[in-house]
Design a protein around this ligand. Structure first.
Ligand code: NAG
Ligand code: NAG
Ligand code: NAG
Ligand code: NAG
Ligand code: NAG
Ligand code: NAG
Ligand code: NAG
Length: 456
């Protein structure tokens, strides 16, 4: 009998590719075959990073690519243009790809699992008579917000273009986290035309989501219970966990520095400050140096992920003499195996941009947070972390937009000394573990999803 064959389509960004790759590993473990579709750009990043560390992908996961439709000279960091261009080009290419697989392989595509941010693919699937699901990689409260846009327009919170008509916070239901209208994720550019493109992309995906038989998210029932009450048709299946196999490649764009694990082994338990700002944040040199000095002042051992493009400085951006002064207790790497780092007993806290994927990894490992949001929905994750779950503190830029070295030092000290906060982190770690254990909420949701996709 042919294997159920799932076509998986992430939005082309690191925080989307990784959780969908984890889901794919989970699916092959349950007898599915996967075709994983990246944009050409991301495909070669993933393939190069794999070969650099000598990794191999699971034989039942096939990595393929489609063009994003942009010209070679165009700026791929221009989110609005990228969305516009994908919407024009990707649906047709997906259809071709599915037909080709259908003609050439025994295992025809039976389901399409698309990132909700690429939900236009659900429409393609539906048209071709293929069943489909949407995956939400960020806080489910944010999905609730997006799906509520028509309601918010009706209530005159937003205008027809999705722009806030009033400043302040919105609560979709009494127990859901407050969301600041100035930080709505489709409204993060100041240029009206681009803003409109992004808004239309979001709305298009929200409408296409109705074709999905399942909406699954990388969260768990207990973590966002008010949100799942408000939006009962979303099934949380997280935290997605790459299983115990140490070298399972999950689609990193950069090669990981595995040597930092043996360095962690040498550090005292609960001592290391882990600092990582994800894949897109860019810091100016002043801010970069304040972080360096703050880590030095803290007196703690630290592991700091400094992507080659983390600062825009054209030369060595570190404060003078910094690397020599901290050589014995600081480790700086290009990219880390973050899941393993956060699970390491030496790690005491996580200085993070609050990307959801990083948030889930911190929660799952019971590591307290220092929050430094950078991008739209990260502000929501921050209020979850600091106000709802109370397992972290905020780092707050001063009037000149800088988080000072002194603030970093003080907040690290406070965090490491706060026993109640640490106890709450451990409690959430246990709840996360319970949700994916046999009989747990995410376990049950995942089973319903897998069973539906196994029906022939
Ligand atoms: C991933 O792909 C998108 C779309 O092709 C592109 O904009 C982005 O720069 C790529 N990311 C990296 C790190 O190459
Ligand atoms: C796939 O191929 C089968 C025949 O093998 C055909 O009946 C079916 O319509 C095709 N589906 C698509 C979506 O091309
Ligand atoms: C969001 O929209 C409001 C109202 O149009 C605007 O004043 C604000 O600058 C926008 N926010 C961002 C981050 O651009
Ligand atoms: C880096 O970015 C900052 C703004 O964040 C800017 O003021 C500065 O000129 C940039 N430096 C370089 C070398 O591009
Ligand atoms: C939450 O994380 C997601 C995924 O990384 C990110 O896109 C979003 O900006 C974050 N939201 C908050 C509130 O941090
Ligand atoms: C998580 O649950 C498993 C049992 O499914 C148990 O072996 C493990 O120790 C638990 N981990 C934590 C951190 O509670
Ligand atoms: C589970 C997961 O997706 N983890 C990744 C989250 O993103 C960071 C970088 O932003 C990666 O290092 C993690 O591996």
């Amino acid at each position: 009998m042919a294997l159920p064959h799932i076509l998986v389509l992430p939005f082309p960004a690191q925080g989307h590719v990784i959780p969908l790759m984890e889901l794919s590993h989970r699916l092959v473990g349950s007898g599915f075959k996967i075709t994983f579709v990246n944009t050409e750009f991301n495909h070669s990043r993933v393939v190069d990073a794999l070969s650099e560390r000598g990794g191999e992908i699971h034989p039942m996961i096939k990595l393929v690519s489609v063009p994003d439709g942009m010209e070679s000279g165009q700026d791929r960091n221009d989110l609005a243009r990228l969305c516009e261009s994908m919407l024009l080009v990707v649906p047709g290419r997906l259809e071709q790809l599915i037909r080709k697989i259908n003609e050439s392989e025994v295992d025809k595509v039976t389901w399409v699992v698309a990132d909700q941010n690429m939900a236009f693919a659900c429409r393609v699937a539906k048209k071709m008579g293929i069943r489909t699901a949407a995956f939400w990689p960020a806080a489910s409260a944010l999905l609730a917000l997006m799906m509520s846009i028509p309601k918010l327009i009706e209530e005159e919170v937003l205008n027809e273009d999705g722009l806030p008509l009033k400043q302040g916070v919105v609560k979709l239901s009494p127990d859901m986290p407050p969301m600041d209208t100035s930080q709505f994720s489709w409204n993060h550019t100041t240029e009206p035309k681009l803003q409109k493109l992004i808004y239309q992309f979001v709305m298009n995906n929200c409408r296409a989501t109705k074709h999905a038989e399942f909406i699954i998210s990388n969260s768990f029932q207990e973590l966002e219970s008010a949100t799942f009450e408000y939006m009962p048709d979303v099934s949380p299946i997280g935290p997605l966990i790459a299983d115990a196999r140490p070298d399972k490649p999950i689609g990193h764009f950069w090669a990981e520095d595995a040597a930092c694990m043996s360095w962690l082994d040498e550090q005292p338990a609960n001592s290391v400050v882990y600092v990582a700002f994800g894949s897109i944040a860019v810091l100016n040199q002043h801010q970069f140096q304040e972080i360096a000095l703050g880590l030095e002042l803290s007196g703690q051992p630290f592991l700091w992920v400094v992507r080659p493009d983390l600062t825009n400085a054209s030369h060595d951006a570190y404060p003078e003499g910094f690397r020599d002064r901290v050589a014995s207790r600081g480790r700086i790497v290009d990219w880390s195996p973050q899941q393993k780092v956060l699970a390491h007993p030496s790690v005491a806290c996580f200085v993070t941009h609050c990307g959801w994927n990083s948030t889930m990894e911190g929660v799952r490992n019971g590591v307290p947070f220092l929050c430094w949001p950078y991008f739209c929905d990260q502000f929501l994750n921050q209020s979850y972390i600091c106000d709802e779950w109370k397992i972290g503190f905020r780092l707050t830029p001063d009037d000149s937009g800088i988080v000072s070295s002194e603030q970093i030092k003080v907040k690290v000290e406070e965090l490491l000394g706060d026993e109640e906060l640490k106890a709450r982190s451990s409690m959430w770690k246990e709840k996360a573990n319970d949700s994916v254990r046999v009989g747990g909420s995410s376990y049950m949701n995942m089973n319903r999803f897998l069973n539906a996709m196994k029906e022939q």
